[in-house]
Design a protein around this ligand. Structure first.
Ligand SMILES: NC(=O)c1ccc[n+]([C@@H]2O[C@H](COP(=O)([O-])OP(=O)(O)OC[C@H]3O[C@@H](n4cnc5c(N)ncnc54)[C@H](OP(=O)(O)O)[C@@H]3O)[C@@H](O)[C@H]2O)c1
Length: 354
């Protein structure tokens, strides 16, 4: 990819997106459409990024169909269409499966899966006409392995991965390259933006909640890893820009050291061993469940107090319908001894076991 191209980047005002924007500005000649939700546009000024002959700053809430169409039309009208689409915008919910309702499930899927797929649909006709183009979507280690309390985040990234794998085959005849960037833990603010559902927020704070230990131990564990890792938004941005310029980019690109490690683990271990090893290694696993009393790790700063939800505005054109928890929704009792928290798993528990 030698000649300057038109790059459309989502979620460009913070974290990995901002690092990619800076790197593209500093090291390339590409024409850039840097997008952020309207309320976040002012961050570009604070970051020292302004409009110029090759830079446009545009409002794009990826869940808004009109805004998606508008930025892609503008690129076609003025700059001959989008040559490189970087789907970076993302959100993540922390909640066990039992604490998620359709509202949050939809909000998660809309930002991380449905919106990137719509943007891809919009840029493909011009890429096909030009017989070339690049689509890079930021997935996650969570897109290759699922962790407790991150079920819907993983579901959204697994969906993204599946769709991109199909897309890779579909658009190869036109010379369009498709890549999934898979970061693991990053030392960044991203973790502080994690969202809670009403039930998960309450469970994390309520010591006798059945899932209290799940949240406390997992939160502290993730926080620790993020503090210790050497990976940063800048190091991930470097991987993204390098992948974007590769002649033959891979479909899946692990973007941090731990991501490489997980790829190797998945490749080397039989599935049932992998799941057992992971289960045994979960932080504080012997204390998960209501009857396992004892001191808990402190609440991670990310949840004190939790950020207000940053999801689609309630009046967004395709926002999920308003949702209210039924009053006094019962806590599901442990249904059988097999459900007892802390019970050591057997091979029959492994996903896919008969
Ligand atoms: N941080 C990590 O450890 C990590 C690990 C693996 C993968 N990832 C992935 O990396 C990507 C970037 O995350 P990050 O770490 O840079 O997190 P971040 O700092 O929270 O950035 C996320 C960006 O997405 C934007 N965004 C959220 N909802 C949006 C919407 N509806 N429309 C447009 N933009 C929206 C945010 O904008 P607002 O500020 O306006 O909400 C923000 O700019 C995500 O896809 C994430 O899943 C991150």
């Amino acid at each position: 990819m030698g000649a300057p191209s038109t790059v459309l980047l989502t979620g460009a005002s913070t974290g990995i997106g901002l690092a990619v924007a800076r790197r593209l500005l500093d090291t390339t000649e590409h024409r850039l459409i840097l997008t952020a939700r309207e309320s976040s546009l002012e961050r570009f000024g604070a970051a020292g990024i302004a409009e110029g002959p090759r830079v446009r700053l545009r409002a794009l809430d990826v869940t808004h169909p009109d805004e998606r169409v508008e930025v892609v039309r503008e690129a076609e009208r003025d700059w001959g269409g989008v040559d490189v689409l970087i789907n970076n915008a993302g959100v993540s919910y922390r909640a066990v499966v039992e604490h998620v309702r359709d509202r949050e499930r939809l909000a998660q899927m809309q930002v991380n899966f449905l919106a990137p797929m719509e943007l891809i649909r919009l840029v493909l006709p011009s890429m096909r006409a030009k017989r070339g183009g690049r689509i890079l979507s930021v997935s996650s280690v969570g897109g290759m392995m699922a962790m407790p309390t991150m079920a819907i985040y993983s579901a959204s990234k697994f969906a993204l991965e599946g769709a991109h794998e199909a897309l890779w085959y579909e658009v190869r005849p036109w010379g369009i390259h498709v890549s999934l960037i898979e970061p693991g833990f990053i030392n960044s603010e991203g973790f502080r933006h994690v969202r809670y559902t009403p039930s998960s927020e309450s469970a994390e704070r309520t010591s006798d909640d059945a899932y209290h230990a799940h949240y406390r131990f997992m939160g502290a564990f993730v926080m620790r890893l993020m503090d210790r890792t050497h990976s940063t938004p800048e190091s991930v941005a470097k991987v993204i820009v390098r992948t974007m310029h590769k002649k033959h980019p891979s479909l899946r690109v692990p973007a941090t050291f731990d991501a490489w490690l997980f790829v190797m683990l998945r490749r080397l271990l039989p599935r049932w061993v992998y799941h057992r090893v992971l289960y045994a290694g979960l932080p504080g696993i012997r204390r998960w469940g209501p009857e396992r009393a004892g001191p808990m790790p402190a609440l991670p700063p990310s949840s004190v107090p939790p950020e207000p939800p940053r999801g689609p505005a309630p009046d967004a054109p395709d926002a999920p319908e308003a949702f209210t928890e039924p009053p006094g929704a019962p806590e599901a009792p442990w249904r059988s001894d097999d459900d007892r928290p802390g019970r050591r798993p057997t091979r029959a528990d492994e996903p896919g076991a008969p």
